[in-house]
Ligand binder design. Structure first.
Ligand SMILES: NC(=O)c1ccc[n+]([C@@H]2O[C@H](COP(=O)([O-])OP(=O)(O)OC[C@H]3O[C@@H](n4cnc5c(N)ncnc54)[C@H](O)[C@@H]3O)[C@@H](O)[C@H]2O)c1
Ligand SMILES: O=C(O)C(=O)C[C@]1(C(=O)O)C=C[C@@H](O)C=C1
Length: 365
């Protein structure tokens, strides 16, 4: 598409979107503005953006699309600043923030129907941050939630989708209340729990020096997200605190109930508790179950590693099949390598190739 795109906050998410827009819309000009000059210099060096705006106003003035990809409290402030500036008549402003209520309210209040605001939230990311972690494939196959500020704004969703089409995400329109409730439940609250658990382990690990040494897969899978950016999560937690306070209160009741069951030593209810969770989790789509390998997974038996591993990697490399991650583990008393692909088509190609070369496929999940 033709036009100028301004990315405000050229970190991991802003950088990934800039990369996709630059790659797939070569006639567009992608500008970046960030309060951290280091991030801008890196983005220019990596050719993630075409030019740096010296100020928000300089970049915003000529932009056809403005993407706010700063921590959510900053995005709200930026909307207030943009509302004081002269913007192009048909500009679309969107954001990538993990909480939507306060941001969409600010847009409705400040933009007064003169500007199209379509809130955005890619449901994909990582515990990393910064432009160094930008990734062209970050949003592939992910859901991308959109919260248009008004009905008129909804009418321009297709234009925004065209700009973002090549990130290969699945767009879903949702209202800000539903957005904040659902993301509170499946993303924000889990981040709080992961950090709570890590803090608990830190506080109690003094009583045994082997604690951190023996922490294994369960701890790792449950707590990876506790390594996320504290400033970003402080902002999300505070903006969505109404929802989170309700979830905390509900959780407290549930914990109290569980305490009573354990106090009684009630076997039936303890089993039911784990049964209920297992049944629901097992019924989820398979890609939502991988804590450490969130993509398309293929498990291959490699009992004679490293020779088999070597051969397997060479075969995939020769066919240019990209592996996003891999992990060795034991499955049904066999050593397997869990290969992780960004795309379903890569997994299918790898599966066929490895089967043809006499590798044993243990699991496609
Ligand atoms: N990290 C994730 O997994 C993830 C996933 C989806 C959505 N998000 C959301 O996307 C947004 C960006 O997250 P990220 O992970 O890219 O963070 P990041 O820290 O990698 O990038 C944020 C960038 O914003 C810049 N910045 C801060 N205040 C600014 C301001 N006032 N003006 C201009 N630049 C400013 C920072 O210098 C930084 O470069 C957040 O709102 C977050 O909630 C994050
Ligand atoms: O995979 C991770 O590390 C993430 O935290 C990504 C994650 C999440 O799934 O909770 C975090 C915040 C975003 O708003 C969307 C996605």
């Amino acid at each position: 598409m033709l036009g100028t795109v301004l990315i405000v906050g050229v970190g991991m998410i802003g950088g990934s979107l800039a990369l996709s827009i630059k790659t797939h819309h070569p006639n567009a000009k992608v500008m970046g503005f960030d309060v951290n000059q280091n991030e801008i210099e890196k983005a220019l060096k990596y050719k993630i953006i075409d030019a740096a705006a010296q100020s928000l106003e300089e970049g915003a003035r000529t932009a056809d699309l403005i993407i706010l990809s700063t921590p959510v409290i900053e995005s709200k402030k930026t909307i207030e600043k943009l509302a004081q500036m002269k913007l192009k008549e048909h500009v679309i402003v969107t954001d990538t923030g993990s909480a939507k209520g306060e941001i969409v309210d600010a847009a409705i209040r400040c933009f007064n129907n003169q500007v199209t605001f379509i809130g955005g939230h890619p449901m994909s990311g990582s515990h990393q941050s910064g432009v160094d972690n930008s990734d062209l494939h970050l949003f592939e196959n992910a859901y991308y939630l959109l919260t248009p500020a008004t009905i008129a704004c909804t009418g321009r969703v297709d234009e925004l989708k065209k700009w973002l089409s090549k990130i290969k995400a699945q767009f879903v329109i949702v209202d800000k209340e539903e957005h904040d409730f659902v993301t509170g439940l499946i993303s924000h609250f889990p981040h709080i729990l992961a950090s709570l658990l890590v803090n608990q382990v830190k506080q109690q690990s003094g009583s045994s020096p082997i604690t951190s040494m023996i922490a294994a897969g369960g701890f790792r899978d449950f707590t990876r997200i506790a390594s996320s950016n504290p400033k970003m999560w402080k902002d999300i937690t505070l903006q969505n605190r109404r929802v989170l306070l309700n979830l905390i209160s509900d959780f407290q009741h549930k914990l109290e109930g569980l305490s009573e069951v354990l106090l009684e030593g009630n076997e039936t209810v303890t089993t039911q508790f784990f049964e209920e969770a297992k049944q629901y989790r097992d019924s989820l789509p398979s890609r939502n179950k991988q804590a450490s390998l969130p993509y398309f997974r293929l498990s291959i038996q490699v009992n004679h590693a490293p020779e088999e591993l070597n051969c397997l990697f060479r075969l995939l490399d020769n066919e240019n099949i990209l592996i996003a991650d891999y992990q060795l583990e034991w499955l049904h008393a066999n050593q397997v390598v869990n290969l992780c692909f960004m795309k379903e088509e890569d997994r299918l190609k790898a599966c066929e190739l490895l089967e043809n070369n006499h590798f044993q496929i243990c699991q496609v999940a």
